[in-house]
Design a protein around this ligand. Structure first.
Ligand code: NAD
Ligand SMILES: O=C(O)C(=O)C[C@@H](O)[C@H](O)[C@H](O)COP(=O)(O)O
Ligand code: ZN
Length: 363
């Protein structure tokens, strides 16, 4: 199948979606004119390694490989893990012409990407995502980061991979909770960009939840297509890319306030999208029927739609650290109906507080 491309001039790169892509990795590189260097560094965690490392290593027999594992979970997307990886790269004398391969979900991808962006001021980076969330979102677009106790992704860099290789078969071993978490970002694409995708998620919700391979591969391709188009138009989030942050101003606050890892990223984004939709309803930009339709879809996907009870001060403490803050004002992504969204700072804080309260009490 023809690769999707993220068009960024000299830094353009392909996204390959193919069953068994892990085993075919060197051939995929060759077909896409990616010359693998002699030294390869695979960053992963023990959970993913147990399922997929041997297949990738066998495919790459003949290359010098250093495997670095990090702890499993959001709390390991940290400066401590970053330092752990850096120390191993330095101890092994990994040179600037090596390539770092992230094999794992969004945590491994974001962390390994930030290492790749900064080790000796930048080495080549390849994403091999293994969760639905990483397939449809985090492996594409070059946002790399680690968390800080003060908030999500506060330390990072824009650094694009050279290649993204997605093997949808990896999803068969993913837990239900993590699979559903990825569906939140899938729904997000429908809300901000693609009403047909939303309708198709509603129509095929059972097949999607059962992880039927054809449907899942089609969903992954469509999401990557949307993300690639948005990133190509606005790589560094000066405009349209901010729409990919729908639900995240609230979602990141939920994740950080609850303690990283208590809510998965997708769960927090789902509840955050409901608050954003409530805001939109209050502004008269989303009909009540559309709000209820979105809420029902998230419920059908097994995602939380009720935010946690936090006091307003806590919400605002985290929301003020959002990366979309401009000239001191928090900017919100507001869905306009279902299928479009806009970014605005022109929202009264009382309306935000009210929307959070209403999302909390809605049933
Ligand atoms: N860079 C971006 O653009 C971007 C976009 C969205 C989310 N993110 C970030 O991604 C992170 C969330 O990613 P995630 O949901 O993939 O979480 P994750 O990386 O923690 O993976 C979820 C769980 O699944 C396990 N796992 C991974 N692949 C597996 C497989 N194939 N089979 C069985 N288990 C597997 C992991 O070990 C982990 O326990 C968050 O930190 C979020 O901020 C980044
Ligand atoms: O790629 C983007 O742009 C996104 O905003 C995608 C989000 O799903 C993702 O969670 C991202 O990491 C959030 O970025 P941040 O800049 O709000 O930390
Ligand atoms: Zn996200």
């Amino acid at each position: 199948m023809k690769p999707l491309m993220v068009e960024l001039g000299e830094r353009s790169y392909p996204i390959i979606v193919a069953p068994n892509a892990l085993a075919d990795f060197p051939q995929i590189c060759q077909e896409n004119r990616i010359a693998l260097p002699k030294q390869l560094v695979i960053v992963t965690n023990d959970t993913v390694a147990q399922h997929y490392l041997a297949t990738l290593q066998a495919a790459l027999a003949g290359y010098q490989m250093l495997v670095i594992t990090v702890g499993d979970g959001e709390s390991f997307k940290s400066l401590a893990s970053y330092e752990h990886i850096m120390s191993q790269l330095i101890a092994a004398n990994i040179s600037r012409d090596a390539a770092i391969i992230a094999l794992g979900g969004g945590v491994v991808g974001d962390l390994a990407g930030f290492v790749a962006a900064t080790y000796q001021r930048g080495v080549d980076f390849i994403q091999i995502p293994t969760t639905l969330l990483a397939d449809v979102d985090s492996s594409v677009g070059g946002k790399t980061a680690v968390n800080h106790p003060g908030g999500k992704n506060l330390i990072g860099a824009f650094y694009q991979p050279r290649l993204v290789v997605i093997d949808p078969n990896c999803l068969l071993t993913l837990s239900d909770r993590d699979y559903r978490s990825g569906l939140a970002e899938v729904v997000k694409y429908g809300v901000i960009y693609d009403p047909e995708l939303l309708a198709s998620l509603e129509q095929h919700s059972q097949a999607i939840l059962q992880r039927q391979p054809d449907i899942i591969a089609a969903v992954i391709r469509r999401c990557c297509e949307i993300k690639a188009a948005i990133v190509a138009a606005d790589e560094r989030e000066q405009g349209a890319r901010a729409l990919l942050n729908l639900g995240h101003t609230f979602g990141h606050a939920i994740e950080a306030a609850a303690g990283l890892g208590e809510w998965t990223h997708g769960e927090a984004v789902a509840a955050g999208m409901i608050i954003a939709a409530k805001l939109s309803e209050q502004l008269g930009e989303m009909q009540t029927s559309e709000y209820r339709r979105l809420r029902q879809l998230l419920v059908d996907m097994g995602l939380p739609v009720t935010p946690p009870q936090l006091d307003p001060q806590t919400w605002w403490q985290y929301m003020r650290r959002d990366k979309k803050v401009k000239a001191g004002a928090v900017r919100f992504v507001i869905p306009v109906g279902l299928g479009q969204a806009r970014l605005t700072s022109d929202i009264a804080p009382e309306l935000v507080d009210q929307s959070i309260q209403q999302a909390l009490t809605d049933s």
